[in-house]
Design a binder for this molecule. Sequence first.
Ligand SMILES: [Ca+2]
Ligand SMILES: [Ca+2]
Length: 329
Amino acid sequence: MHRPTQKYSRRQRGVALITALAIASLASLAAVAMAHSLQLNIRRTGNILTADQGFLYTLGSEAWSRGMLIRDLQDAEQASYDGLDEDWAKELPPTPVEGGQVQALTTDLQARFNLNNLYLQEESTEQEKQQAALQLALFKRLLVLLELDESIAQATADWLDQDINLQFPDGAEDNEYLSGELPYRTGNSRMGHPSEIRLVKGVTDEVYEALTPYITALPVNTPVNVNTTPPLMLQAVVNTLDEQGAEQLQDEREENPFKNKQGFMDRLKDLLDENKVKSQDIDPLISVTSRFYRLETTVKMEFVSQKLHSTLYKGDKDVITISRSIGAF
Ligand SMILES: [Ca+2]
Ligand SMILES: [Ca+2]
Protein backbone atom coordinates (compact mmCIF):
# COMPACT_ATOMS: atom_id res chain seq x y z
CA MET A 1 0.00 0.00 0.00
CA HIS A 2 2.94 2.34 0.74
CA ARG A 3 4.69 1.90 -2.60
CA PRO A 4 2.01 3.40 -4.86
CA THR A 5 1.62 6.39 -2.46
CA GLN A 6 5.35 7.00 -2.60
CA LYS A 7 5.24 6.74 -6.39
CA TYR A 8 2.32 9.20 -6.61
CA SER A 9 3.97 11.49 -4.11
CA ARG A 10 7.22 11.59 -6.11
CA ARG A 11 5.24 12.27 -9.28
CA GLN A 12 3.30 15.05 -7.55
CA ARG A 13 6.54 16.57 -6.25
CA GLY A 14 7.83 16.56 -9.85
CA VAL A 15 4.74 18.34 -11.12
CA ALA A 16 4.90 20.84 -8.28
CA LEU A 17 8.56 21.56 -9.07
CA ILE A 18 7.81 22.15 -12.74
CA THR A 19 4.86 24.38 -11.81
CA ALA A 20 7.05 26.32 -9.38
CA LEU A 21 9.73 26.76 -12.05
CA ALA A 22 7.13 27.89 -14.59
CA ILE A 23 5.69 30.41 -12.12
CA ALA A 24 9.17 31.67 -11.26
CA SER A 25 10.07 32.17 -14.93
CA LEU A 26 6.72 33.87 -15.66
CA ALA A 27 7.25 36.15 -12.68
CA SER A 28 10.75 37.07 -13.84
CA LEU A 29 9.45 37.71 -17.39
CA ALA A 30 6.73 39.97 -15.95
CA ALA A 31 9.32 41.74 -13.77
CA VAL A 32 11.57 42.38 -16.80
CA ALA A 33 8.60 43.67 -18.82
CA MET A 34 7.56 45.94 -15.95
CA ALA A 35 11.08 47.28 -15.50
CA HIS A 36 11.33 47.96 -19.25
CA SER A 37 8.00 49.77 -19.31
CA LEU A 38 9.00 51.74 -16.21
CA GLN A 39 12.26 52.78 -17.89
CA LEU A 40 10.34 53.86 -21.00
CA ASN A 41 7.93 55.87 -18.85
CA ILE A 42 10.81 57.52 -17.02
CA ARG A 43 12.47 58.43 -20.35
CA ARG A 44 9.15 59.64 -21.80
CA THR A 45 8.46 61.82 -18.76
CA GLY A 46 12.06 63.06 -18.88
CA ASN A 47 11.65 64.02 -22.55
CA ILE A 48 8.38 65.83 -21.85
CA LEU A 49 9.99 67.78 -19.00
CA THR A 50 13.06 68.60 -21.15
CA ALA A 51 10.85 69.69 -24.06
CA ASP A 52 8.87 71.92 -21.66
CA GLN A 53 12.11 73.37 -20.34
CA GLY A 54 13.27 73.93 -23.95
CA PHE A 55 10.01 75.69 -24.82
CA LEU A 56 10.45 77.99 -21.83
CA TYR A 57 13.93 78.84 -23.13
CA THR A 58 12.44 79.74 -26.53
CA LEU A 59 10.00 82.06 -24.76
CA GLY A 60 12.97 83.56 -22.92
CA SER A 61 14.65 84.14 -26.28
CA GLU A 62 11.49 85.87 -27.52
CA ALA A 63 11.55 88.19 -24.49
CA TRP A 64 15.22 88.95 -25.25
CA SER A 65 14.47 89.81 -28.92
CA ARG A 66 11.44 91.88 -27.91
CA GLY A 67 13.57 93.77 -25.40
CA MET A 68 16.09 94.68 -28.12
CA LEU A 69 13.33 95.93 -30.43
CA ILE A 70 11.71 97.95 -27.61
CA ARG A 71 15.08 99.60 -26.88
CA ASP A 72 15.30 100.40 -30.60
CA LEU A 73 11.89 102.10 -30.35
CA GLN A 74 12.85 104.15 -27.30
CA ASP A 75 16.01 105.65 -28.78
CA ALA A 76 15.21 108.56 -31.10
CA GLU A 77 18.07 107.89 -33.55
CA GLN A 78 17.62 104.12 -33.66
CA ALA A 79 13.86 104.51 -34.07
CA SER A 80 14.34 106.70 -37.17
CA TYR A 81 15.66 103.81 -39.31
CA ASP A 82 16.11 100.04 -39.09
CA GLY A 83 19.36 98.59 -40.35
CA LEU A 84 21.66 95.61 -39.94
CA ASP A 85 24.13 97.65 -37.85
CA GLU A 86 21.63 97.77 -34.95
CA ASP A 87 21.58 95.62 -31.81
CA TRP A 88 18.40 93.70 -32.69
CA ALA A 89 20.12 92.29 -35.81
CA LYS A 90 23.00 90.73 -33.87
CA GLU A 91 22.88 86.98 -33.53
CA LEU A 92 22.79 85.31 -30.12
CA PRO A 93 25.51 82.66 -30.64
CA PRO A 94 25.05 79.18 -29.10
CA THR A 95 24.84 80.08 -25.41
CA PRO A 96 24.97 77.46 -22.63
CA VAL A 97 21.94 77.30 -20.35
CA GLU A 98 21.04 74.73 -17.70
CA GLY A 99 20.64 71.40 -19.51
CA GLY A 100 21.51 72.62 -23.01
CA GLN A 101 22.15 75.62 -25.24
CA VAL A 102 20.16 78.38 -26.94
CA GLN A 103 20.85 80.18 -30.22
CA ALA A 104 18.72 82.97 -31.70
CA LEU A 105 18.58 85.39 -34.62
CA THR A 106 16.14 88.21 -35.34
CA THR A 107 15.70 89.13 -39.00
CA ASP A 108 13.64 91.75 -40.75
CA LEU A 109 10.58 90.33 -42.53
CA GLN A 110 10.37 93.54 -44.56
CA ALA A 111 13.62 92.57 -46.22
CA ARG A 112 11.35 90.20 -48.17
CA PHE A 113 8.56 90.59 -50.71
CA ASN A 114 5.18 90.50 -48.96
CA LEU A 115 2.94 88.33 -51.16
CA ASN A 116 -0.13 89.95 -49.61
CA ASN A 117 0.83 93.25 -51.27
CA LEU A 118 -0.87 91.73 -54.34
CA TYR A 119 -4.20 91.37 -52.50
CA LEU A 120 -7.09 93.36 -53.94
CA GLN A 121 -10.66 93.63 -52.71
CA GLU A 122 -13.58 93.99 -55.09
CA GLU A 123 -14.12 97.52 -53.76
CA SER A 124 -10.41 98.49 -54.02
CA THR A 125 -9.82 102.03 -55.29
CA GLU A 126 -8.00 102.92 -58.53
CA GLN A 127 -5.03 104.07 -56.46
CA GLU A 128 -4.87 100.72 -54.63
CA LYS A 129 -5.02 98.94 -57.98
CA GLN A 130 -2.11 101.05 -59.27
CA GLN A 131 -0.10 100.20 -56.15
CA ALA A 132 -0.87 96.50 -56.62
CA ALA A 133 0.30 96.77 -60.25
CA LEU A 134 3.67 98.18 -59.07
CA GLN A 135 3.95 95.30 -56.57
CA LEU A 136 3.10 92.79 -59.31
CA ALA A 137 5.87 94.21 -61.52
CA LEU A 138 8.29 93.95 -58.57
CA PHE A 139 7.35 90.30 -57.96
CA LYS A 140 7.78 89.53 -61.68
CA ARG A 141 11.29 91.03 -61.61
CA LEU A 142 12.15 88.99 -58.51
CA LEU A 143 11.03 85.79 -60.28
CA VAL A 144 13.08 86.65 -63.38
CA LEU A 145 16.19 87.40 -61.26
CA LEU A 146 15.74 84.01 -59.58
CA GLU A 147 15.43 82.44 -63.06
CA LEU A 148 11.88 81.32 -62.31
CA ASP A 149 8.75 81.53 -64.47
CA GLU A 150 7.39 85.10 -64.21
CA SER A 151 3.83 83.90 -64.93
CA ILE A 152 3.73 82.79 -61.27
CA ALA A 153 3.33 86.48 -60.33
CA GLN A 154 0.00 86.91 -62.09
CA ALA A 155 -1.26 83.51 -60.94
CA THR A 156 -0.44 84.56 -57.35
CA ALA A 157 -2.29 87.87 -57.83
CA ASP A 158 -5.37 85.95 -59.06
CA TRP A 159 -5.07 83.58 -56.09
CA LEU A 160 -5.20 86.56 -53.72
CA ASP A 161 -7.69 88.93 -55.34
CA GLN A 162 -11.35 88.63 -54.37
CA ASP A 163 -12.74 88.26 -57.85
CA ILE A 164 -12.71 85.19 -60.05
CA ASN A 165 -11.78 87.10 -63.23
CA LEU A 166 -8.66 85.84 -64.96
CA GLN A 167 -5.78 88.33 -65.19
CA PHE A 168 -4.34 88.47 -68.70
CA PRO A 169 -2.32 86.52 -69.88
CA ASP A 170 -0.98 84.32 -67.05
CA GLY A 171 -3.72 84.41 -64.40
CA ALA A 172 -5.35 81.33 -62.86
CA GLU A 173 -8.69 81.24 -61.08
CA ASP A 174 -10.98 78.50 -59.70
CA ASN A 175 -11.51 76.73 -63.06
CA GLU A 176 -7.78 76.02 -63.29
CA TYR A 177 -7.70 74.36 -59.86
CA LEU A 178 -11.11 72.65 -59.89
CA SER A 179 -10.13 70.50 -62.86
CA GLY A 180 -7.12 69.02 -61.07
CA GLU A 181 -6.84 65.52 -59.61
CA LEU A 182 -7.38 67.05 -56.15
CA PRO A 183 -9.75 69.95 -56.86
CA TYR A 184 -9.62 73.13 -54.79
CA ARG A 185 -10.54 76.80 -55.11
CA THR A 186 -8.39 79.94 -54.99
CA GLY A 187 -7.83 81.62 -51.61
CA ASN A 188 -9.36 85.01 -52.63
CA SER A 189 -7.94 86.47 -49.40
CA ARG A 190 -4.59 87.33 -47.83
CA MET A 191 -2.30 84.39 -47.20
CA GLY A 192 -1.75 83.34 -43.58
CA HIS A 193 1.67 81.85 -44.36
CA PRO A 194 3.95 82.15 -47.40
CA SER A 195 3.81 78.36 -47.91
CA GLU A 196 0.25 78.87 -49.22
CA ILE A 197 1.89 79.88 -52.51
CA ARG A 198 2.64 76.18 -53.04
CA LEU A 199 -1.01 75.81 -54.08
CA VAL A 200 -0.63 78.39 -56.87
CA LYS A 201 -0.24 77.26 -60.50
CA GLY A 202 3.40 76.69 -61.47
CA VAL A 203 4.82 76.63 -57.93
CA THR A 204 6.68 73.35 -57.60
CA ASP A 205 8.80 72.27 -54.61
CA GLU A 206 11.92 73.62 -56.38
CA VAL A 207 10.25 76.97 -57.10
CA TYR A 208 9.10 77.27 -53.48
CA GLU A 209 12.56 76.43 -52.17
CA ALA A 210 14.15 79.12 -54.37
CA LEU A 211 11.52 81.70 -53.36
CA THR A 212 11.45 80.98 -49.60
CA PRO A 213 14.28 83.34 -48.52
CA TYR A 214 12.68 86.22 -50.44
CA ILE A 215 8.97 86.00 -49.59
CA THR A 216 6.73 86.54 -46.61
CA ALA A 217 2.98 86.86 -45.96
CA LEU A 218 2.13 89.70 -43.58
CA PRO A 219 -1.32 90.80 -42.41
CA VAL A 220 -1.04 94.29 -43.98
CA ASN A 221 0.76 95.73 -47.02
CA THR A 222 4.43 96.47 -46.35
CA PRO A 223 7.22 98.19 -48.27
CA VAL A 224 10.70 96.64 -48.68
CA ASN A 225 13.31 98.00 -46.25
CA VAL A 226 16.30 99.03 -48.40
CA ASN A 227 18.61 98.81 -45.36
CA THR A 228 18.04 95.11 -44.76
CA THR A 229 16.98 93.57 -48.07
CA PRO A 230 19.47 91.39 -49.97
CA PRO A 231 21.12 92.80 -53.15
CA LEU A 232 18.96 90.64 -55.44
CA MET A 233 15.84 92.22 -53.96
CA LEU A 234 17.35 95.71 -54.42
CA GLN A 235 17.67 94.84 -58.11
CA ALA A 236 14.04 93.72 -58.17
CA VAL A 237 12.97 97.02 -56.56
CA VAL A 238 15.09 99.18 -58.90
CA ASN A 239 14.85 97.58 -62.33
CA THR A 240 17.79 99.56 -63.75
CA LEU A 241 20.19 98.49 -60.99
CA ASP A 242 22.68 95.76 -61.91
CA GLU A 243 24.27 93.15 -59.63
CA GLN A 244 27.43 95.20 -59.09
CA GLY A 245 25.45 98.34 -58.17
CA ALA A 246 23.25 96.39 -55.74
CA GLU A 247 26.31 94.92 -54.01
CA GLN A 248 27.89 98.36 -53.79
CA LEU A 249 24.78 99.71 -52.04
CA GLN A 250 24.89 96.73 -49.67
CA ASP A 251 28.53 97.52 -48.75
CA GLU A 252 27.81 101.23 -48.28
CA ARG A 253 24.78 100.76 -46.03
CA GLU A 254 26.84 98.62 -43.62
CA GLU A 255 28.67 101.78 -42.52
CA ASN A 256 26.02 104.31 -43.47
CA PRO A 257 22.51 102.93 -43.40
CA PHE A 258 19.90 105.00 -45.21
CA LYS A 259 18.22 107.30 -42.68
CA ASN A 260 15.34 108.22 -45.00
CA LYS A 261 13.94 107.33 -48.40
CA GLN A 262 15.26 110.53 -49.97
CA GLY A 263 18.80 109.49 -48.97
CA PHE A 264 18.34 106.23 -50.88
CA MET A 265 16.88 107.95 -53.94
CA ASP A 266 19.72 110.52 -53.98
CA ARG A 267 22.33 107.75 -53.78
CA LEU A 268 20.61 105.89 -56.61
CA LYS A 269 20.67 109.00 -58.80
CA ASP A 270 24.43 109.33 -58.10
CA LEU A 271 25.04 105.71 -58.90
CA LEU A 272 22.86 105.45 -61.99
CA ASP A 273 22.01 107.91 -64.69
CA GLU A 274 19.35 110.21 -63.20
CA ASN A 275 17.00 109.38 -66.09
CA LYS A 276 17.21 105.73 -65.13
CA VAL A 277 15.71 106.35 -61.68
CA LYS A 278 11.94 106.48 -61.92
CA SER A 279 11.21 107.88 -58.45
CA GLN A 280 7.42 107.57 -58.79
CA ASP A 281 7.76 103.79 -59.41
CA ILE A 282 10.38 103.14 -56.70
CA ASP A 283 9.17 105.38 -53.87
CA PRO A 284 5.93 103.43 -53.07
CA LEU A 285 7.88 100.15 -52.88
CA ILE A 286 10.46 101.11 -50.26
CA SER A 287 11.06 102.20 -46.68
CA VAL A 288 14.00 102.57 -44.29
CA THR A 289 12.09 101.28 -41.25
CA SER A 290 10.34 97.99 -40.48
CA ARG A 291 7.40 96.84 -38.38
CA PHE A 292 7.60 93.06 -38.78
CA TYR A 293 10.43 90.82 -37.60
CA ARG A 294 11.08 87.11 -37.47
CA LEU A 295 12.89 85.48 -34.60
CA GLU A 296 14.36 82.01 -35.06
CA THR A 297 15.35 80.28 -31.84
CA THR A 298 17.12 76.92 -31.71
CA VAL A 299 17.28 75.10 -28.38
CA LYS A 300 19.42 71.99 -28.05
CA MET A 301 18.93 69.88 -24.93
CA GLU A 302 20.06 66.35 -24.19
CA PHE A 303 17.87 64.06 -26.40
CA VAL A 304 15.62 66.96 -27.51
CA SER A 305 16.16 69.89 -29.92
CA GLN A 306 13.56 72.32 -31.04
CA LYS A 307 13.14 75.36 -33.26
CA LEU A 308 10.68 78.16 -32.67
CA HIS A 309 9.79 80.85 -35.19
CA SER A 310 8.11 83.94 -33.79
CA THR A 311 6.71 86.84 -35.79
CA LEU A 312 7.10 90.09 -33.87
CA TYR A 313 5.30 93.35 -34.62
CA LYS A 314 6.91 96.62 -33.62
CA GLY A 315 4.20 99.23 -33.06
CA ASP A 316 4.71 102.86 -32.07
CA LYS A 317 5.15 102.09 -28.38
CA ASP A 318 5.45 98.35 -27.89
CA VAL A 319 6.51 95.10 -29.55
CA ILE A 320 4.13 92.13 -29.58
CA THR A 321 4.28 88.53 -30.79
CA ILE A 322 1.69 87.96 -33.50
CA SER A 323 2.42 84.32 -34.31
CA ARG A 324 4.56 81.37 -33.28
CA SER A 325 5.36 78.09 -34.97
CA ILE A 326 7.42 75.18 -33.77
CA GLY A 327 9.44 73.22 -36.33
CA ALA A 328 11.08 73.96 -39.66
CA PHE A 329 8.95 76.97 -40.68
CA1 LIG B 1 16.03 101.07 -35.63
CA1 LIG C 1 -9.15 85.63 -57.36
